[in-house]
Ligand binder design. Structure first.
Ligand SMILES: *Cc1c(COP(=O)(O)O)cnc(C)c1O
Length: 483
C-alpha cells in the first residue's frame, strides 16, 4: 500500500522522537500553564461559566479521524477559559487544599514527559531515588526516625487506608491469624476506636479494609472535635482482644489535635494495640519546632497518614503513609510481603502502596522540598498559622462575628450572628462572599452541634497578609450588608 500522507508522517517522527505538532503541543501547554498561573491573582476567584456550559464545551462527540496534537491542546486551553476554579490562587480558602506549587508543577510535567511506570526500582532508578528521598526528608521534617516505613500514594484517604491495612495485618498476626492469606472471615475481631470529630476519610478506609464504617466505637470529642481522654479511657474498659485506635492531627474545622500523649499510653495498657494518626494536613505542624508540642505524643503512634498535596502544596495528587514497623506495611501492600528477609535494606516504590502501575507521584514533592529546604517548609507552615490568627483577630473585632475554634493551626471557623438567625446569616454571608468572586472560602458544619460555619483554610504557599486581609474585608463587608 502506498499512502503518501501516512508515509511522510512516519518520516517526520523517525529519528526525531517527536512530530513537529507534538513538539508544538508541549510548547503550547507550557506557555498556557505559565499564562494561567500569571493571571491567577487577577482572575475571578471561582468559575464564571456554569457547569452545564463547561461540560457542553468539552463533552462533544468523538471525531472519527482525530485532530493534530497542537490543535487539541490549543482547543483545551480555549475551552477551559472561565471554567477553571482558581484553586491555586491565594484567593482560595476553601476545604483544605494546597495550591500546586509552581516548582512542583514543573516537576510534574517532567514526570509525565519521562513516562516512567514506577513499579520497580530496577527499571526506574532515578524516580525510585527521588521518591525515597521524599520519604527520608518528610520523616526527618516530622521528627520521626529514618528507619520507619513510608510510601507515596494518591492522598490521605488511601494513606489512611494503607496505614490501617498495616494495622490489620499486625494486630491479627499477633493473634496468630494471617489476614493476607485467609482474609477476615473467621478472623479474631478487631476493636476499633475513633474520635467523634474524625474526618470521613478514615471511615472510608475502614470500609475498604473490611472493618466497616459503623462497626466502630465512636469516642466523644470536645468542642474542638478532639478526643476527650476520659471518654477514651471509658471506651477501653472491658475491651478484649486487639484494638485499633484511629486518632487525628488536625481536625477539619478547628485544626485541633487529639491528646496523643494522654490517650496513646492508655491504649498501650491493652496487650495488642495499634494507634493510627490521620494527620492529613495537621501533622505538618510537627515540622515546626516551636509548634511540635501542640501535637505532643504524636510520635508514640504506629502509623500516620499525611498529605503532600495539602500543606506541602504538591500538585494533586500525592499523600504519604508512614509506619513505625515497615514489615506489616509491606506485608499488607506487596506481593513480596511473604519474603520479608528482603525488606531490611531494599525499598521499592510500590511495596507500601496500593498501585502497581503508578506515576512517580512523589517527584513534584521532591522538587518542592529541594526548593524550600527545611527552613522554607517551616517558614511556610508558621506563616500560615500566624495568618490564621491574624484573620481570627480581624474578624472577632467585628461585632456579631464569632470565631468558633481555638486557632491552633491553619483553620478558622466563622459564625455570623447569634440566636435563631445565625444559621441563615452564616450561609448568606458565605454566598455573598463567593458571589463577589474576590476570594473563595467554603462552608463547614461545626462538629459539636451541626451548625453552619464559614471555614477559611490558610495553606496556600503564596498566601501572605494582603490575601488574608482581603478575605477579612470581604467577610466583614458582606456581614455589614445583611446585619
Ligand atoms: C483532606 C483530609 C483527608 C482526606 O485526604 P485526601 O487527600 O483528600 O484523600 C483525611 N483527613 C483529613 C483530616 C483531611 O483534612
Amino acid at each position: 500500500m502506498r499512502d503518501g500522507a501516512k508515509h511522510s508522517e512516519a518520516e517526520a517522527i523517525i529519528g526525531s522522537g517527536l512530530r513537529p505538532e507534538e513538539r508544538e503541543a508541549i510548547n503550547i501547554a507550557a506557555e498556557a500553564s505559565i499564562a494561567y498561573r500569571e493571571g491567577l491573582p487577577s482572575a475571578p476567584a471561582r468559575p464564571t461559566v456554569s457547569l452545564d456550559e463547561a461540560v457542553a464545551r468539552v463533552r462533544t462527540g468523538l471525531s472519527e479521524h482525530g485532530q493534530p496534537a497542537d490543535d487539541v491542546i490549543r482547543q483545551m486551553v480555549t475551552d477551559t477559559d472561565g471554567a477553571l476554579h482558581q484553586m491555586a490562587a491565594p484567593t482560595f480558602f476553601g476545604y483544605v487544599l494546597g495550591s500546586s506549587h509552581p516548582v512542583g508543577v514543573a516537576a510534574d510535567m517532567l514526570v509525565s514527559a519521562w513516562g516512567q511506570n514506577v513499579g520497580s526500582s530496577f527499571e526506574t532508578p532515578a524516580m525510585t531515588g527521588m521518591e525515597r528521598a521524599v520519604c527520608d526528608w518528610v520523616l526527618d521534617l516530622l521528627g520521626l526516625p529514618d528507619d520507619f516505613g513510608a510510601g507515596i500514594g494518591t492522598g490521605a484517604t488511601l494513606a489512611n487506608t494503607t496505614g490501617m491495612a498495616a494495622a490489620r495485618h499486625a494486630l491479627l498476626e499477633r493473634e496468630g491469624w494471617d489476614v493476607e492469606a485467609n482474609g477476615l472471615f473467621g478472623a479474631p475481631e478487631v476493636n476499633v476506636l475513633i474520635g467523634d470529630g474524625a474526618h470521613s476519610a478514615p471511615f472510608a478506609g475502614l470500609r475498604y479494609i473490611g472493618f466497616g464504617a459503623n462497626r466502630v466505637t465512636r469516642v466523644a470529642a470536645d468542642e474542638q472535635g478532639c478526643i476527650r481522654p476520659e471518654a477514651f479511657e471509658a471506651a477501653l474498659v472491658g475491651i478484649e482482644g486487639p484494638v485499633l485506635a484511629v486518632l487525628q492531627a488536625g481536625q477539619i474545622n478547628s485544626g485541633g489535635f487529639d491528646p496523643f500523649h494522654e490517650i496513646i499510653p492508655m491504649l498501650r495498657e491493652k496487650p495488642n494495640t495499634w494507634a493510627h494518626v490521620d494527620g492529613a494536613f495537621g501533622l505538618w505542624q510537627a515540622a515546626v519546632p516551636g509548634m511540635r508540642d501542640r501535637l505532643a505524643g504524636y510520635d508514640l503512634a504506629d502509623s500516620w497518614a499525611v498529605d503532600l498535596h495539602k500543606w506541602l502544596n504538591a500538585p494533586f495528587d500525592a499523600g504519604m503513609v508512614i509506619c513505625r514497623d515497615r514489615a506489616p506495611l509491606v506485608a499488607s501492600m506487596s506481593a513480596r510481603g511473604a519474603y520479608l528477609p528482603e525488606l531490611t535494606d531494599h525499598w521499592e516504590p510500590t511495596d507500601s502502596t496500593f498501585e502497581l502501575s503508578r506515576r512517580a507521584r512523589g517527584v513534584p514533592s521532591y522538587a518542592i522540598l529541594r526548593m524550600l529546604g527545611k527552613s522554607g517548609v517551616r517558614e511556610m507552615i508558621a506563616r500560615h498559622c500566624d495568618l490564621a490568627c491574624r484573620l481570627a483577630d480581624q474578624l472577632s473585632a467585628e461585632p456579631g462575628l464569632q470565631i468558633m475554634n481555638k486557632v491552633v493551626g491553619s483553620q478558622v471557623a466563622i459564625r455570623c450572628g447569634s440566636g435563631a438567625d445565625a444559621e441563615g446569616y452564616t450561609n448568606d454571608v458565605l454566598s455573598r462572599v463567593q458571589a463577589r468572586e474576590r476570594v473563595y472560602p467554603t462552608h463547614g458544619v461545626w462538629h459539636a452541634d451541626g451548625r453552619a460555619i464559614i471555614r477559611a483554610s490558610i495553606i496556600g504557599y503564596s498566601m501572605y497578609e494582603p490575601d488574608v486581609d482581603l478575605l477579612a474585608e470581604e467577610i466583614i463587608s458582606a456581614w455589614r450588608e445583611i446585619r
